[in-house]
Design a protein around this ligand. Structure first.
Ligand code: SF4
Length: 296
């Protein structure tokens, strides 16, 4: 991982596929910061954009140090797409100047950020070099989405995907096994597959929910209002998802450290092979990642 020296506030997160990207912290925290399961930015309760001049300085520092070694730039924190277009354009312009081999710039986004920008701004961002958005609806089930306080329903995510595609951006879409709890497990899996199909991303992944102490979800769990499905049920959700999700052609990964079973393939092309692996895991003939080696 390439890191701009010094300038990070708190913990910084990026998707597994951005492990070799340069990280630039252009915003601090998450403008939403209310998802009940999320612990990522609770150490930064007040969201704020970084001053653009500081971001540009960081890019110049990184340019002097890494220059043409940088091919990917990942802009943090939790929903960096919320930054104004003008800030993005200055950051993207400086990134192009500093990194002549740059071929991808990406960030996390919420569906609402996409809709708030609208078609013209998204087209301008794409033209300036923002090429990929990572969006985590986590579930396609509106009841689950409301309970986890995601802030948007399934239809909003479909519209966000449509706008992003129209602007020429790639989408990487993330779902969260277990998000519906035991109570909504089946609905969550089925509706998530439907939403994955409707959003039709180029990249699709599933993570597994871990209930983190200190989160609202943990308090619900302690009160007995939320029960995380057990491992076979989580694998069952994944099986349902894989069996039903039908994007045109998506790279599908469960390589995040939170998962019990790392899988790689394309959907729908590799559906049957992935289902055989999942059936092996459910039947006990395919080993799972041990609990101690899982991560958030
Ligand atoms: S939008 Fe993402 S970063 Fe923000 S609270 Fe929800 S899960 Fe966490």
């Amino acid at each position: 991982m390439l890191r701009v020296p010094v300038r990070f506030v708190g913990k910084v997160y990026r998707p597994p596929s951005e492990a070799d990207a340069l990280l630039l912290q252009a915003s601090i925290g998450c403008s939403h910061n209310r998802c009940t399961y999320c612990d990522m930015y609770r150490d930064k309760p007040v969201f704020r954009p970084r001053p653009v001049e500081e971001c540009l300085e960081d890019l110049r520092t990184a340019g002097a140090q890494y220059g043409s070694r940088v091919q990917k730039l990942f802009v943090t924190d939790g929903d960096a797409l919320v930054l104004p277009v003008e800030a993005w354009e200055r950051i993207l312009g400086e990134a192009r100047r500093q990194f002549p081999a740059l071929r991808r710039v990406s960030c996390y986004a919420m569906a609402r950020n996409v809709l708030d920008h609208g078609p013209e701004a998204l087209a301008a961002l794409r033209a300036a070099g923002l090429t990929r958005l990572y969006i985590g609806p986590e579930s396609g089930d509106d009841v689950t989405l409301r309970r986890i306080a995601k802030g948007s329903n399934a239809a909003t995510h479909v519209e966000a995907a449509r706008l992003a595609h129209e602007a020429g951006m790639e989408l990487s879409v993330i779902f969260l096994l277990g998000a519906g709890g035991v109570e909504r497990s089946a609905e969550h899996a089925i509706a998530s597959a439907a939403l994955a199909t409707a959003m039709n991303p180029a990249y699709l992944s599933a993570l597994t929910l871990t209930v983190v102490p200190g989160t609202p979800l943990h308090r619900l769990e302690q009160r007995g209002s939320f029960v995380l499905p057990d491992v076979p049920a989580l694998l069952g959700e994944l099986r349902t998802f894989v069996a039903l999700a039908s994007p045109d052609n998506a790279v599908f990964r469960t390589n995040h450290a939170s998962n019990y079973l790392p899988i790689a393939g394309n959907l729908p092309t590799d559906r049957d092979r992935i289902l055989r692996v999942l059936d092996g895991a459910l039947g006990g003939s395919v080993a799972l990642r041990p609990e101690w080696s899982r991560g958030l």
